[in-house]
Design a protein. Structure first.
Length: 292
């Protein structure tokens, strides 16, 4: 049995259309035969005819046959367009875009394959029509479309879970950065308190030394040297703290850029950015005070 390379369902649909086409073709041939029979019955009533009479009869027959064949060809074209419309409508429901190759419609090898298929399907005396051929309409393509839709939904759900996991990771990093910033601010405050206490002690020592300049000059110089060493130590600590601040600011900048890329439309991002801006301003003020 000749095959068309289609699955069973689609092949049954092709057989259904070929059955319809054979029926229409038979009607067309009967119409052409009736044209000739009408000519025989109405005009061929005499035994002899002149050349002009024969030519007139043939011209009339040609006109009638031409009209019938043209009408049937036009109707066949319109029927094929309606068939294509059904297929394309089903495809568009699942956002598919079908394509046709008109050049293959005149491929002799394919045409002979279709002819052999028709011969094997309709000339066998034991051939029974399939139950699917009785369907008046094309069956909807639910199975393939549902599978495609389910795959798309599953893919979108997977992407959504990945984005949620990434969001949780970024939120954790942002929280850790904020905690680190709070710790640095506390450290700066502690350093300011230490520096203030040391300045107060130095002023008290200076006052006492002013009252005892003559008697305690050596002790004053020793205390002054100690104060100078402490000041250098504090400056070194401030330099180290500044480096740490710059490192933390660089990490905060990286985190802010990542958040701006991924979540610049969220309220949480805007709130966090505002908080970071305020904290940066406070750090700048603290640095200015420390520099003074």
């Amino acid at each position: 049995q000749a095959e068309l390379g289609l699955n069973e369902h689609h092949q049954n649909e092709v057989i259904s259309y070929m059955r319809f086409a054979r029926f229409k073709r038979g009607l067309c041939l009967k119409t052409v035969d009736s044209c000739f029979q009408d000519l025989k019955d109405s005009r061929l009533v005499e035994e002899t005819f002149t050349v002009d009479e024969v030519a007139d009869m043939l011209d009339g027959l040609q006109t009638v046959v031409h009209s019938e064949v043209e009408s049937e060809l036009i109707n066949t074209t319109y029927t094929n367009v309606l068939l294509l419309r059904q297929l394309f409508s089903q495809a568009e429901k699942w956002y598919l875009r079908l394509q046709t190759d008109v050049s293959n419609l005149e491929n002799r090898e394919l045409l002979e394959q279709v002819a052999e298929f028709e011969k094997s399907e309709f000339t066998s005396s034991n051939k029974k029509p399939s139950a699917d051929l009785t369907k008046p309409k094309l069956a909807p393509l639910n199975e393939g479309g549902s599978e495609l839709l389910n795959k798309t939904v599953a893919h979108l759900q997977e992407e959504n879970e990945k984005l949620k996991a990434r969001l949780r990771t970024i939120e954790t990093q942002a929280t850790a950065a904020l905690d680190e910033k709070v710790k640095l601010e506390k450290s700066l405050k502690d350093l300011q308190m230490i520096q203030g206490d040391q300045k107060t002690d130095a002023n008290q020592d200076i006052t006492e030394l002013e009252n005892k300049v003559a008697a305690l000059k050596c002790q004053f110089e020793k205390t002054l040297n100690d104060a100078t060493e402490n000041q250098k130590s504090l400056e070194d600590n401030l330099v180290t703290t500044k480096h740490d601040l710059l490192k933390v600011q660089d990490q905060l900048s990286t985190a802010q850029k990542e958040l701006e890329k991924k979540f610049q439309q969220t309220a949480a991002y805007r709130n966090m950015k505002e908080i970071l801006s305020k904290k940066n301003e406070q750090i700048k003020d603290l640095r200015k005070k420390l520099a003074k």
